[in-house]
Design a protein around this ligand. Structure first.
Ligand code: ATP
Length: 269
């Protein structure tokens, strides 16, 4: 049952060339996570401590998980993923222990990238008095901080946290020696959208499709949306018993998916 809150992959198959529109972020992640793993001597010679952890923040579906997986791939590291919200929901009384077990597992399988998605769920600042459940969350956070403080920054375990809500984070996790580097992973620009579309259509049989035009219609979409658009466009071709995908398929797919999104929002209000 623990497998639900934790996921381990020996070496994820995501590479940096499958990530679109995030060149600056890739460069930064390589410098703060990859370089200390592959060339620890550079830090030793200069006499500085490499960061232990980096925090990625930005809207859902922009590629934070992809970045973390690509680093693990590039450094031949194991990849362990924890999801903050799952950690506190399903495992009352178990969160702290799970954190402890994960760090142990990470050390045993090093080099390891520990990816903690939705870290705000365990590390948000609390304003009201602590209820029983909150105290449990607090205990999980304390364990996380203790584990981070307890390992060497020169070592071969690195932590990547991700959140959509950097504003609610407890500043304790941002202190030096913890998540002391913060990288924004924003929604893609117009050029970024074209890059991402190129990646997701690489193996598609396109006929007369102008991706720049598709991108103009897909303004406001993030990477996860764009992937869904490509899949939906392909489905429309299949439904028509065609072996190629047209511009119309893409436009219909965008219309359908952005329409669904708006319905979802209207529903929530
Ligand atoms: P969340 O915060 O919701 O976990 P995330 O930022 O971690 O989201 P990912 O899980 O990395 O988002 O992205 C989901 C999927 O969307 C990816 O598997 C990929 O197919 C696609 N995707 C997202 N961003 C990009 C991108 N920049 N380039 C290419 N594909 C992307």
């Amino acid at each position: 049952y623990r497998a639900l809150a934790m996921e381990i992959e020996e070496k994820p198959d995501i590479t940096f060339d499958k990530i679109g529109g995030l060149d600056k972020q890739i460069k930064e992640v390589k410098e703060v996570v990859e370089l200390p793993l592959t060339h620890p001597e550079l830090f030793e010679k200069v006499g500085i401590e490499p960061p232990k952890g980096v925090l990625l923040y930005g809207p859902p579906g922009t590629g934070k998980t992809l970045l973390a997986k690509a680093v693990a791939n590039e450094t031949n590291a194991s990849f362990i993923k924890l999801v903050g919200s799952e950690l506190v929901k399903k495992f009352i009384g178990e969160g702290a222990k799970l954190v402890k077990d994960v760090f142990k597992l990470a050390r045993e399988n090093a080099p390891t990238i520990i990816f903690i998605d939705e870290i705000d769920a365990v590390a948000s600042k609390r304003t009201e008095s602590l209820t029983g459940g909150d105290r449990e969350v607090q205990r999980t956070l304390m364990q996380l901080l203790a584990e981070m403080d307890g390992f060497e920054s020169k070592g071969d375990v690195k932590i990547i946290g991700a959140t959509n809500r950097p504003d609610i984070l407890d500043t304790a996790i941002l202190r030096p020696g913890r998540f002391d580097r913060i990288i924004e992973v924003p929604a893609p620009t117009a050029d970024g959208i074209v890059d991402i579309l190129k990646i997701h259509t690489k193996n598609m049989n396109l006929k007369g499709v102008d991706l720049e035009k598709v991108a103009e219609h897909a303004e406001g979409c993030v990477g996860a949306d764009l992937k869904a658009v490509c899949t939906e466009a392909g489905m429309l071709a299949i439904r028509d018993r065609r072996e190629f995908v047209t511009m119309d398929d893409f436009l219909s797919a965008i219309e359908k998916l952005t329409g669904e999104k708006e319905e979802e929002y209207a529903f929530k209000e």
